[in-house]
Ligand binder design. Structure first.
Ligand SMILES: [Cu+2]
Length: 299
């Protein structure tokens, strides 16, 4: 498949060169082996002969492979350098990996769960994680970079063709790792400006739950995923473990807020500790209020 970023050809060059060399060597070595086996078989040469070293041969098989790996290094370096040098004019987008979804945030604060980019313009990615190591992978762009908690990795690309390209998480990050699928949508710059310019407004309702990644673990329809369902949760009485001691609580606004800020403080019975990431850094205060309102409605 043809790559769709400005540097995908460089990555492919390195790949094709290494693959080509390996295939040629494989064929060469196999042929040589077959010839030797036939030519020097025991019926023809019952007595093995001693062979003296050959300076010419030894020089050749030292120098030629050295040149080969240097050429491989050259192709690798040529692509790597371009991928590391982030153009100054690149538009920054913050990519946040979380168990188990992606969120993209643009300069003006607009957020989305798909990465919308203008074709032909440079885009710089600030890669963050709120929990464990994820890896942001767009095969069509030949782009793969880790999102590591506490580190601020960077990457960039320029999409060369309008289209939709898969996003994967390429670092096993837990039970629903394979659900971390999304899309890059590369659209004409003018359409992009229009899309970005549209006043985002506060995301609302179920959309907020998706953008914040809650729906990776909490269903809205009553089914049990990683965490308890949100359906009908508001107002119920349930058992939680506080410091290991079971007690009954009623799910109200204050409890939901605390569940977001300190998920382990009141652990819902039957669920493991440490699974739900604290949401304090990711969810703003007024967004928490909105989420609480949404949960109230999910009867
Ligand atoms: Cu992941």
């Amino acid at each position: 498949m043809n790559g769709a970023s400005s540097y995908s050809g460089l990555v492919d060059n390195a790949f094709i060169f290494i693959l080509g060399t390996s295939v040629l060597l494989l064929i060469g070595v196999t042929l040589a082996m077959i010839i030797m086996v036939v030519k020097y078989r025991r019926s023809k040469h019952p007595n093995p002969a001693q062979i003296e070293g050959s300076v010419t041969l030894e020089t050749l098989w030292t120098v030629l492979p050295t040149i080969l790996v240097l050429v491989m290094f050259y192709y690798g370096w040529a692509g790597f350098k371009v991928m590391r040098d982030i153009p100054d004019d690149a538009m920054p987008v913050t990519v946040t990996g979380q168990m188990w979804s992606w969120v993209f945030e643009y300069e003006n604060g607009k957020q989305s769960t798909e990465l919308i980019v203008p074709t032909g313009r440079n885009v710089k990615l600030n890669l963050e994680s709120v929990d464990v190591i994820h890896s942001f992978f767009v095969p069509a762009f030949r782009l793969k970079e880790d999102c590591v908690p506490g580190r601020h990795n960077k990457a960039w690309f320029k999409s060369t063709r309008d289209g939709e390209y898969n996003i994967f998480c390429a670092e096993y990050c837990g039970e629903r790792h394979s659900a971390m699928l999304s899309l890059v949508k590369s659209i004409p710059p003018r359409e992009f400006d229009e899309w970005l310019g549209v006043d985002p407004g506060p995301p609302e309702g179920a959309q907020l739950l998706t953008i914040k990644g809650c729906t990776a673990c909490h269903s809205l329809d009553g089914s049990k995923l990683i965490g308890p369902t949100f359906k009908g949760v508001f107002g119920i009485t349930e058992t939680v473990l506080t410091d290991g001691v079971a007690r009954e609580i009623v799910v109200d606004e204050e409890y939901i807020r605390k569940s977001m800020l300190e998920p382990d403080a009141d652990l819902v019975e039957g669920y493991p500790k440490g699974l739900m990431p604290p949401q304090g850094t990711l969810v703003k205060d007024e967004e928490m209020d909105a989420i609480i309102e949404v949960l109230k409605e999910l009867k």
